[in-house]
Design a protein around this ligand. Structure first.
Ligand code: URA
Length: 296
């Protein structure tokens, strides 16, 4: 049986790995460990919610991501290390609306990775409340998002909307973004270099919105945000501390939870109950009382 890491040590390690990731350092080894922490004791019963809350209109074909096979991460361009030293246009801009606009302008008509020449119609930046307490991060735009320029507007988006509603929130209350901002062709999983190229912009969005809590939707989002390679069963059911390097020192950072991607739930609705457990953990932290219908 694989050894279980002390949760505090694991958190510290995850924080360290993520920090290195943000610094552009990937050239180290990750030895798999079986760390599985259950949902914190005292959470509301997951069975309390009807699965119908999450019903979306059509089944989705998109696959949930498999765990990265390789334990060795490839080296990346070392230039990234110096990125932190370069002041970003939004630094010192207190208004998050203006700051997000500056990040969007900096992104421009991005050609930084190969996705720009693989059929993307437009960049899908992010949407929602620039001061949101809660932020969702998905994987990357699909065909509908590519067409409309907004994340999570297709069938998976309908399900995400239902999840948000079940939490007692509106889509406009939260902020929604993706690991990559351009549609990977054929809805394939974004590749490592694409995620690495795009993630500094996501980090700047997170540092601007300064959410209290974040939810990584699916394994690709979780693994990229946390720089951890582990199956969903190990990633879910616990909190991670999340704070992009170089962000406002007066912001305590976000607590990050991992749950299933809505597209995966469309294929396997049996996991909706588990997802609801994850969302309840988030609601408890944010002090959100679920609407009466959801609690019945
Ligand atoms: N799936 C994602 O991960 N993001 C979207 O925006 C839509 C579908």
């Amino acid at each position: 049986m694989a050894p279980t890491l002390d949760p505090q040590l694991r958190r510290a390690l995850a924080e360290r790995v993520r920090y290195c990731h943000e610094m552009g350092i990937y050239d180290f080894y990750w030895r798999e460990s079986a760390v599985s922490e259950s949902i914190e004791a005292g959470q509301p019963s997951p069975s309390a919610i009807s699965e119908s809350l999450f019903v979306a209109s059509q089944p989705e074909l998109r696959e949930e991501m498999a765990a990265r096979k390789s334990a060795v991460a490839p080296a990346v361009v070392e230039d990234n290390i110096f990125e932190l030293a370069t002041p970003k246009p939004e630094h010192g801009v207190a208004d998050p609306v203006a700051a997000l606009q500056l990040i969007r302008e900096d992104l421009g008509d991005c050609t930084r990775c190969k996705l720009h020449k693989q059929g993307r119609k437009q960049i899908v930046f992010g949407v929602g409340n620039p001061r949101a307490e809660l932020m969702f991060v998905g994987e990357g735009p699909g065909a509908d998002e590519d067409a409309q320029g907004e994340p999570f507007v297709g069938r998976a988006g309908q399900l995400l909307n239902n999840m948000i509603k079940a939490m007692g929130l509106r889509r406009e209350d939260v902020y929604i973004a993706n690991i990559v901002k351009c549609r990977p062709p054929g809805n394939r999983q974004p590749e490592r270099d694409e995620c690495e190229t795009c993630s500094p912009f996501l980090m700047r969005q997170i540092a601007t919105v300064k959410p209290k809590a974040m939810v990584a939707l699916g394994a690709t989002a979780a693994k990229n945000l946390l720089a951890i390679s582990a199956p969903m069963s190990e990633l879910r059911g616990r909190w991670y501390d999340f704070k992009p390097a170089g962000s406002d020192p007066s912001w305590a950072g976000a607590r990050l939870a991992v749950t299933y991607h809505p597209a995966f739930l469309l294929r396997d609705p049996r996991q909706k109950g588990e997802t609801w457990k994850d969302l309840q953990m988030v609601m408890k932290y944010l002090g959100i009382v679920p609407p009466k219908k959801a609690a019945e």
